[in-house]
Design a protein around this ligand. Structure first.
Ligand SMILES: NC(=O)c1ccc[n+]([C@@H]2O[C@H](COP(=O)([O-])OP(=O)(O)OC[C@H]3O[C@@H](n4cnc5c(N)ncnc54)[C@H](OP(=O)(O)O)[C@@H]3O)[C@@H](O)[C@H]2O)c1
Length: 305
C-alpha cells in the first residue's frame, strides 16, 4: 500500500465514479460483477483503452458506460475517484522504455492534482506500486495529490460476484480504506497479503481458476466415459469441487486430512488417488502454478505482449 497524503480519504461508495485503464478480460469481469452483482449503475463506470476493439463491445453491453481512447480522461474529464489499472505489464514496461530519466506517463500527461481523494488499484502483475505511480504522478509535486494506491489480485470469478481478491495490506484488514473494502466486497471475498507476495497470489488465484476448470473438465470426461450425460457429468464435477472447497474452508482442516477422511480402506477413492499419483498429478499442478508465476514475470519484462 502506498499513501501520498495523510489528508482525509473520504469517498462515498454510493456515488463514487469508477474508472478502468484497459478494456480487456479483467476489466470486463469486474464490470460484469459490479453491474450485475454489485448493482452499480453502468453510468458510474468509465473505461479507457487505445482502440475501440473492446470499448465498443463493452459500451453496447453496458448501457450508460463511458468509454474513451485517452487514459487521461479517466482522471481529468471524468474525475474518477477509484481507478483500476488493468493493462499488461508490457504497457508499463513501454512507459519506462520510452521515457528518459523518468518513465513516459501512462496517461500522456501526468494525472492532474484533483484536490479530492483518489484510489488507484493496480492489477498489473510483476510491477510494484512505486513503478506504477512513477508512470502516473508528477514527481515534482507529490504533495499535491490525495492518493492511496494498492496492488490487488482478482480472478475472473468476480464477473459472477464470486471472486477472490487479494489486497496488498499486511494481514490486518483494518488498514484497508472503507470505500475500497466496500467496492471490492461486492464481487469478491477479500484476503490481505504483503505486496511482496502479490505475484504468487496472482498465480494461484488468477491462473489457478483456469487450472480448476481444467480439473472439472477432466472429471467430467471421466464421468461421461462412465455413462453420465455431459451436462450432468459437468454439473456433478463442478458441485463436487465446490463442496470440497467449502468444506475445506469451513472445517479449517488441511486438504490431506480431508482427503484421508474420504478414502476408506481398499475403497474406490484410494484406488483413484493412486492413479493420480502414478500420473504425477500433484507435481504437475504445483509446476503449473510455478509456470504461471514465471510467465507473468517474463511478460512484465517484455516490452511488447
Ligand atoms: N490480478 C489477477 O488475478 C490477474 C489475473 C489475470 C490478469 N491480470 C493482470 O491484469 C492485467 C490485464 O489483464 P487482461 O487479461 O485484462 O488483459 P487483456 O485482456 O489482454 O486486455 C488488455 C487491455 O489493455 C489495453 N491497453 C493496451 N495498451 C494500453 C495503454 N497504453 N493504455 C490503456 N490500455 C491499454 C488493451 O486495449 P485494446 O482493447 O485497445 O486492445 C486491452 O483492453 C494484466 O497486467 C494481467 O497480468 C491479473
Amino acid at each position: 500500500m502506498s499513501k501520498h497524503s495523510k489528508k482525509s480519504m473520504n469517498v462515498d461508495i454510493a456515488t463514487a465514479k469508477i474508472g478502468f485503464i484497459g478494456a480487456g478480460r479483467m476489466t470486463e469481469s469486474l464490470l460484469n460483477g459490479f453491474v450485475n452483482y454489485g448493482k452499480i449503475e453502468a453510468s458510474r463506470l468509465h473505461v479507457a483503452a487505445p482502440t475501440t476493439k473492446n470499448l465498443e463491445r463493452l459500451k453496447q453491453q453496458y448501457s450508460g458506460l463511458h468509454i474513451t481512447k485517452r487514459n487521461l480522461d479517466i482522471f481529468a474529464k471524468y474525475g474518477c475517484n477509484i481507478v483500476f489499472i488493468a493493462v499488461h505489464g508490457s504497457v508499463i514496461r513501454n512507459c519506462y522504455k520510452q521515457g528518459g530519466e523518468r518513465p513516459f506517463p501512462l496517461t500522456t500527461n501526468f494525472i492532474p492534482n484533483m484536490k479530492k481523494p483518489l484510489f488507484i488499484l493496480s492489477l498489473v502483475t510483476g510491477f510494484t506500486l512505486k513503478e506504477i505511480s512513477q508512470c502516473l504522478l508528477n514527481p515534482e509535486h507529490p504533495e499535491k495529490y490525495l492518493i492511496e494506491m494498492h496492488r490487488i489480485v482478482v480472478n475472473c470469478a468476480v464477473a459472477y460476484g464470486l471472486g477472490i481478491c487479494a489486497v496488498d495490506v499486511e494481514p490486518d484488514s483494518k488498514k484497508i480504506a472503507e470505500p475500497i473494502r466496500g467496492l471490492l466486497s461486492k464481487v469478491a471475498k477479500l484476503e490481505f497479503v504483503p505486496e511482496s507476495q502479490m505475484d504468487a497470489a496472482c498465480a494461484v488465484c488468477g491462473a489457478g481458476l483456469a487450472f480448476s476448470y481444467y480439473f472439472i473438465a477432466a472429471m467430467s470426461d471421466g464421468a461421461t466415459k462412465m455413462g453420465l450425460s455431459r451436462d450432468m457429468a459437468t454439473k456433478f464435477a463442478a458441485k463436487t469441487v465446490q463442496s470440497a472447497a467449502q468444506s475445506l474452508l469451513e472445517s479449517g482442516k488441511n486438504p490431506t486430512e480431508l482427503r484421508d477422511d474420504v478414502c476408506s480402506p481398499a475403497g474406490p477413492a484410494i484406488y483413484g488417488i493412486h492413479v493420480l499419483d502414478k500420473a504425477d498429478c500433484a507435481s504437475g499442478v504445483a509446476a503449473a502454478v510455478e509456470a504461471a508465476h514465471k510467465r507473468a514475470a517474463e511478460l512484465a519484462k517484455e516490452g511488447e505482449k
